[in-house]
Design a protein around this ligand. Structure first.
Ligand SMILES: [Zn+2]
Length: 68
């Protein structure tokens, strides 16, 4: 298994998909895709694919601002 390298992009807020509690989330680029990595105190780490095209990063700042 090759090491999975990822690039941290931004910190934002999201909600756990299981308990819907507000959690801190990191946006990362990995393998050309964009993921949201959430950390719920109850359910732990959750990785959500939000885009399979890294070009999508152009609109991410807008997305992050809209959630605040
Ligand atoms: Zn949870």
């Amino acid at each position: 298994m090759p090491t999975r390298n990822y690039l941290f992009y931004a910190l934002t807020n999201s909600v756990c998909s299981q308990c819907l509690v507000k959690v801190e989330a990191k946006i990362i680029f990995q393998d050309g895709c964009v993921y949201l990595v959430k950390h719920c105190r109850t359910h732990g780490r959750e990785e959500v694919l939000i885009a399979d095209d890294i070009e999508y990063c152009d609109i991410l700042p807008t997305l992050i601002q809209s959630t605040e």
